[in-house]
Design a protein around this ligand. Structure first.
Ligand SMILES: [Cu+2]
Length: 477
């Protein structure tokens, strides 16, 4: 037996955006040991903002965890916060008992309690981890990125991990949970969200945010990204906002998207902007062709969103005024599943053994209910599978908001969006089901370790409001 190697990740090094190479020592070890400690943190990323948060290892986001595909990780988790919490490994296929869902795969870890997670991170790619104990831990700051390096990936000259996250106004969150929030929509002009607005729309379910951050800071305090002319740069981008879709642009550059939720696209797609639903990740590349300084920005109608920016610069341009982008999407070519997947006459239905329709509802003004087939968790209809099943799930969304639906412990293939069959299905673990009668279809193989795997909306407010069910393997109910 090899001794587990302990990676030293000091608090200062954890939120650094640039990804250093794993040490050869760590690479040689079979198991990487990490320690995650949840504890209260006063988070103050911008002037006038002081948020009573909860953090892993003293930072929001928590430390960037890394492993090479094939290694195991052992994570000693200590809950030194005041709330029940757990750690869910988002996008990983692992033993069900390691999935970190309080009340489903393990008891919640109480204040003062501990839990040992051990698994082989799989599949490779840009994953993340966050609380899953229904006490709002993720909203409070318990999340971080987890990169599982794929030895088959093309090498990058520079690589940066960017966690887009935001500081919630907790009063607005509580009002949104009741369906009585007065926070406005902040989606940019030209976005599908704004296009779907009706004149009589009364919101009630939007959360407000008091600061917008990348890797724990707001512009201009965000750590600059240093690149060189000729570099081919890889970005690993996570939207950790609990309720809002993010649009992300780099001034004067196109972005070549190679991975959705960490999984390779059949064919890379070049776009002006990313569109990232709650919980989604995209790997996007750009080439530095000239000296300069540019802003990489969140695009939003919220004036505060100008803070969600970071300077990318070549040597000597650290303090040059950076080129920026408008806060509108009019005329902007942004990522969609349909563009990435291309359209086809039909999708491949071979081998399907189980079909499930799910109607997403709720969100009436003054109600906190968000439903699947008219029911709220835990009374929602479950998907009972047997190992070896091939399962088709078709969502129809009757509400006026997109729902980022997430399946634990599996990678599904998005095969249809709003009636368009995709020629090249997207391998994902969370996908936006379009609003106002929109449809989206997944196919997944029930070939994961047996157990109870949650299927839910990743919008925290909708999840708390009941939009959750589970995939149950036979004999595991
Ligand atoms: Cu939702």
């Amino acid at each position: 037996m090899r001794r587990a190697h302990f990676l030293r990740t000091g608090a200062g090094a954890m939120i650094v955006a640039a990804l250093p190479a794993l040490s050869s020592r760590a690479l040689a070890e079979d198991t990487i040991a990490y320690t995650l400690t949840a504890a209260p943190l006063t988070f103050a990323p911008a002037s006038g903002v002081s948020f009573a948060g909860v953090a892993f290892n003293g930072s929001i986001p928590g430390p960037l965890l890394r492993a090479r595909h094939g290694q195991r990780v052992r994570v000693a988790f200590h809950n030194r916060s005041q709330i029940d919490t757990t750690v869910h490994w988002h996008g990983m296929i692992l033993p069900n008992a390691m999935d970190g869902v309080a009340g489903v795969t393990q008891p919640a870890v109480p204040p003062g309690g501990d839990f040992l997670y051990e698994f082989a991170p799989n599949p490779p790619g840009t994953r993340w981890y966050h609380d899953h104990a229904a006490k709002m831990g993720t909203l409070l700051g318990l999340f971080g990125l987890f990169v599982v390096e794929d030895p088959k990936d093309e090498p990058a000259d520079a690589e940066f991990a960017l966690v887009f996250h935001d500081v919630p106004n907790m009063a607005s969150v509580m009002a949104a949970i009741r369906g009585t929030s007065d926070a406005p929509m902040v989606d940019p002009m030209g976005s599908p969200e704004m296009a779907g607005m009706r004149p009589d729309d009364r919101m009630g379910d939007e959360a407000a945010y008091v600061a917008h951050c990348i890797n724990g800071a707001s512009y201009p305090s965000t750590k600059r990204l240093a690149v060189k002319v000729g570099d081919r740069v890889r970005l690993r981008v996570l939207n950790a906002n609990p309720s809002q879709t993010r649009y992300v642009r780099l001034a004067e550059h196109r972005l070549r998207v190679t991975h959705s939720d960490g999984n390779p696209l059949a064919q890379p797609l070049e776009v002006d902007a990313l569109r990232i639903g709650v919980g989604e990740r995209y790997d996007a590349w750009f080439e530095v062709t000239k000296p300069g300084a540019w802003l990489l920005q969140g695009v939003s109608a919220d004036p505060l969103a100008f803070e969600q920016a970071v300077v990318v610069h070549t040597p000597g341009m650290e303090n040059a005024p950076p080129a920026g982008v408008t806060q509108s999407l009019d005329g902007v070519d942004f990522f969609t599943y349909e563009k990435a997947g291309g359209s086809a006459a039909s999708f491949d239905r071979s081998g399907i053994t189980l079909r499930k329709e799910m109607l997403l509802g709720g969100g009436e003004y003054g109600s906190g209910a968000w439903t699947i087939d008219g029911k709220m968790w835990p009374n929602t209809p479950k998907i009972d599978v047997r190992s070896g099943d091939r399962v088709l799930v078709r969502f129809t969304n009757k509400t006026d908001m997109d729902h980022p639906m997430h399946l634990h412990g599996h990678t599904f293939r998005v095969v249809e969006v709003n009636g368009t069959a995709l020629a090249r299905p997207l391998a994902k673990d969370v996908s936006l089901v379009p609003a106002n009668g929109g449809t989206l279809t997944w196919i997944f193989d029930a070939d994961s370790p047996p157990g109870r795997w949650l299927l839910h909306c990743h919008n925290e407010i909708h999840m708390m409001g009941g939009m959750m069910t589970e995939v149950v393997y036979a004999g595991r109910a």
